[in-house]
Write a protein that binds this ligand. Structure first.
Ligand code: FUL
Length: 508
């Protein structure tokens, strides 16, 4: 029989006074070494206690962020430039970064990442290390700086700001001449990380084409990380770095089973290697993480180390990453964007949605309409959480309190690694969506769960899943019920559930 889950959730149970006590029983870190004599139970216990760094946690909480692919390709109608384009082609007629941030802010976006330099090497800021930049364009007679205007507009609107800087550079003549080009890249990074205020995410694409000299460029990732850590210690690095991983597809649909704790996959990893302020930086070898199963028991049992490596799910609102007027009619609909949100932010990932400004330097009306349409569906759907006022079978409550930040530190801690909790709603409701969250600052633990409703005679299953992580959203055929239960069938350690919700999808 399932044991009862223990409840700790302030907004559900405002009458309770929590006893503050630390629950940490093992040192918590965003990595752990596994030794050859660790038994499988030890490995699972270790996996369940790997947690995000503060930077990774802050990033995860953003949930929905935006990309702006804007640059030379916007004007040449291409996706990948050659690097030989004339800077004079870059000339937005009505560029206005405040228009971007106004739309993004009202769509619920929390950060904007700008393509400061794409593969063609054209720089949106007047870098002093190249002539291939806005300074040689007719825009503002060469005195403009897109990175400056966008970063200022973000700060003004209360959005975080991030930069995409492509290591692959088809313009630079030293590309392929590894040490020389690495120096150039580091210099550009330094410009971007010192002159534009706080940078929250640095996006490193792994693309690596052949240089003009036919040579292959060897990127010095460790040197790049060092610059970021020194100049922007609060930033996370995406992609070819140990902070944030690419989900593995550009469709916007993450995995049904999405583990944030996965093997580091290094040969001969010893605890002694994990030292210093950012220990993973020195040992991490960038690679694509695209497999279907990244962190199941089967995957972690033979690992020599595990780390917290959460997924970012990038997708474009249009077929291309850059703006092309012939794609105006192919902008994803509000319904499609909502589905993407459920399958990215709702599958333990952060949704990175690309909205490419047009030749005028503005977000087009087509993209704006879809974005705001999606926002309306999400707002109206999540406004009423039928479970928020539910009574729960909380007799076995363990009054444990974890975070110093009381507003978001409450959770229900299961007594065991299988458990169930019943919710009695104030009245019968019809719902077709559910939301679950784990308190990931304790680790990601749940491996299998299902949801049942009471039909007056017996429990009937209406939805199920494997991992939960930071957030899991589920959609199912409408259910009419007053009593619902969450059954945790398998967990790596006592589940710590930070939120639960039942909703009716707007417009369906
Ligand atoms: C890829 C690039 O090649 C695309 O052009 C785009 O920038 C995408 C987000 O990343 O690797």
């Amino acid at each position: 029989m399932n044991k009862k889950i223990i409840f700790l959730f302030l907004f559900l149970l405002p009458a309770f006074n929590y006893i503050c006590q630390p629950v940490q029983t093992v040192p918590k870190n965003n990595f752990v070494a596994i030794s050859a004599d660790d038994k499988i139970e030890n490995i699972i216990f270790k996996a369940a206690n790997v947690v995000p760094t503060q930077q990774q946690y802050n990033w995860q909480k953003l949930e929905f962020i935006a990309f702006a692919h804007f640059g030379m390709n916007t004007f040449t109608d291409r996706e990948w430039g050659e690097g030989t384009e004339d800077p004079k082609l870059f000339n937005p007629s009505r560029f206005n970064a405040r228009q971007w941030t106004r739309i993004l802010k009202s769509a619920g976006v929390k950060m904007l990442i700008l393509t400061a330099k794409h593969h063609d090497g054209f720089c949106l800021w007047p870098s002093k290390y190249t002539e291939h930049s806005v300074k040689n364009s007719p825009w503002k007679n060469g005195s403009g700086d897109i990175v400056r205007e966008v970063s200022n507009a973000c700060r003004e609107a209360g959005l975080k700001f991030g930069i995409y800087l492509s290591p692959w550079d088809r313009n630079n003549k030293d590309y392929g001449d590894s040490p020389k080009y690495n120096e150039y890249f580091v210099n550009q990074l330094k410009e971007l990380l010192t002159n534009y205020g706080e940078i929250t995410e640095v996006w490193f694409d792994g693309a690596c084409g052949e240089g003009p000299n036919g040579k292959k460029q060897i990127y010095d990732w460790q040197a790049y990380y060092k610059v970021v850590r020194e100049l922007q210690p609060e930033a996370v690095i995406f992609g070819m770095a140990p902070d944030i991983r690419w989900v593995g597809t550009e469709s916007g649909y993450g995995r049904d089973t999405e583990w944030s704790v996965i093997p580091i996959g290094l040969k001969d990893l010893t605890p002694q290697m994990l030292t210093g302020k950012n220990p993973l930086d020195d040992i991490y070898q960038p690679k694509d993480v695209m497999g279907e199963d990244l962190g199941s028991r089967d995957k972690i049992k033979s690992a020599n180390g595990l780390f917290w490596y959460p997924a970012e799910t990038d997708v474009s609102i249009r077929p291309g990453w850059f703006y092309h007027s012939n794609q105006d009619k192919e902008v994803k609909s509000p319904g499609k964007l909502t589905d993407i949100y459920f399958n990215s932010a709702g599958k333990n990932g952060v949704l990175l949605l690309n909205i490419p400004p047009d030749k005028r330097g503005l977000i087009s009306k087509y993209d704006e309409k879809s974005l705001l349409g999606m926002k309306k569906i999400l707002d109206k759907t999540f406004k009423n959480n039928f479970a928020a006022l539910a009574k729960t079978d909380s007799s076995t409550m363990n009054k444990t309190f974890y975070s110093s930040d009381k507003s978001e530190g409450q959770y229900w801690l299961a007594e065991n690694d299988s458990a169930s909790i019943e919710f009695t709603l104030p009245e019968e409701k019809i719902f077709d969506a559910a939301m679950l969250k784990e308190e990931i600052r304790l680790g990601q633990r749940v491996e299998k769960f299902h949801l049942d409703y009471w039909d007056g005679k017996e429990w009937k299953n209406f939805s199920e899943g494997t991992t939960i992580g930071f957030k899991r959203l589920l959609r199912f055929s409408p259910v009419k019920a007053k009593k619902v239960r969450l059954v945790i069938q398998q967990s790596r350690l006592n589940a710590a559930i930070a939120d639960f919700g039942l909703f009716k999808m707007y417009g369906q």
